[in-house]
Design a protein around this ligand. Structure first.
Ligand code: 5AD
Ligand code: FES
Length: 345
């Protein structure tokens, strides 16, 4: 039996087998077979539906210093902003009218938003929009904080692990951060009953095929309901300003691999993918992705939430983004839907 046949049948491989699979990424026949199987699985579970998540980037203050990130604490050139509770609620209201039934509150690790403030925001959103799912993406917190947010009504949590390799993790983050702590957060979130999203950047500085195989093994172990991957894109105010961006082709290949590994996974075609290739998000959906996450943040703030250079959709109103995406999605035979889009059991 060939490696691909075995992968398609068992949905999991060993590290050396993942390396072998990834080494075939430029073989067209391999890439096509994986893509076909990924699309078949995605259709089997989700038909032609594409779920939307309204992304609200509510603060670009961050206490961390991840070396690749444009809003890291040490970047003195970043202009910082925070949305007020009322501004956040106004984004949700606008999103609700446009057909969003999941809101993602994403921000840097901003100490201003204490547990108490977060709980208030979560409770207000869940009270005013009881038929919507609420996803948090606000970084590493204690078990107790995650529990408070969960009790307040948060349904899902996105926390990319960034890389499952200890050495690569060290090279991308300052000493005070640790892979172990990050992984523990993900396991804690799962235990608390969140639908959990992990993920990593494709082509992060120093990343090898063997590192990516580690990421796949970690996902296999964690069994997250969501996986966020996108190409690394350099930001001009970081030490990686002159690095090459990650590969669109490899990102698409990995979307197919992840769909086969976790057939029911909620898998976004990310903004970073759309930034490197004008049809990146469409290509992502055609490789096995089934989620898009357009921006609901006020237009004035969008450019300031600059994790990497040349981010798309920063000048568009939320309504324009919805319309634009809806057309894009239909152009490849899929349909944007107005549903919470929870993880299938
Ligand atoms: N290029 C691509 N993705 C990035 N992220 C942070 N910086 C970059 C960059 N320069 C990703 C990280 C983070 C997510 C919110 O954005 O993976 O978890
Ligand atoms: Fe934002 Fe196209 S999705 S303008």
């Amino acid at each position: 039996m060939s490696l691909i046949d075995r992968f398609v049948e068992s949905h999991n491989l060993s590290k050396t087998e993942y390396v072998e699979l990834l080494e075939c990424r430029e073989n067209e026949e391999t890439a096509r077979r994986l893509r076909d199987e990924a699309v078949r699985l995605r259709k089997q579970y989700y038909g032609n539906k594409v779920f939307t998540r309204g992304l609200i980037e509510f603060t670009n203050y961050c206490k961390n210093n991840c070396y690749y990130c444009g809003i890291r604490n040490g970047n003195r050139h970043a202009t910082r902003y925070r949305l007020t509770e009322d501004e956040i609620l106004a984004c949700c209201q606008n999103g609700y009218t446009l057909g969003y039934r999941t809101f993602v509150l994403q921000g840097g690790e901003d100490p201003y938003y204490t547990d108490e403030r977060m709980v208030k925001i979560i409770q207000r959103i869940k009270k005013e929009f009881p038929d919507c799912a609420l996803t948090l993406s606000i970084g590493e917190k204690s078990y107790e904080s995650y529990q408070l947010f969960r009790n307040a009504g948060a349904d899902r949590y996105l926390l990319r692990h960034e890389t499952a390799d200890e050495t690569l993790y060290r090279s991308l983050h300052p000493e005070v951060m640790s892979l172990e702590a990050r992984k523990q957060c993900l396991y804690n979130l799962k235990e608390l009953g969140y639908q959990v999203g992990a993920g990593f950047m494709v082509g992060a500085p120093g990343q090898t095929i063997s590192h990516i195989a580690e990421d796949l093994l970690f996902l296999q172990d964690l069994q997250p309901q969501m996986v966020g991957i996108g190409p690394f894109i350099p930001h001009h105010d970081t030490i990686y300003a002159e690095e090459r961006a990650g590969s669109v082709e490899l990102t698409l290949f990995l979307l197919s691999v992840i769909r086969i590994m976790l057939p029911k996974v909620l898998l976004p075609a990310t903004t970073a993918l759309g930034t490197l290739d004008p049809r990146g998000r469409e290509k992502g959906l055609s490789a096995g992705a089934n989620v898009v996450m357009p921006n609901l943040s006020p237009v004035e703030n969008r450019k300031l939430y600059e994790l990497y250079d040349n981010k798309i959709c920063t000048g568009e109103e939320a309504a324009e983004c919805r319309g634009c995406l809806s057309k894009r999605v239909e152009s490849i035979g899929y349909q944007l839907v107005t549903e919470r889009g929870d993880a299938l059991q």
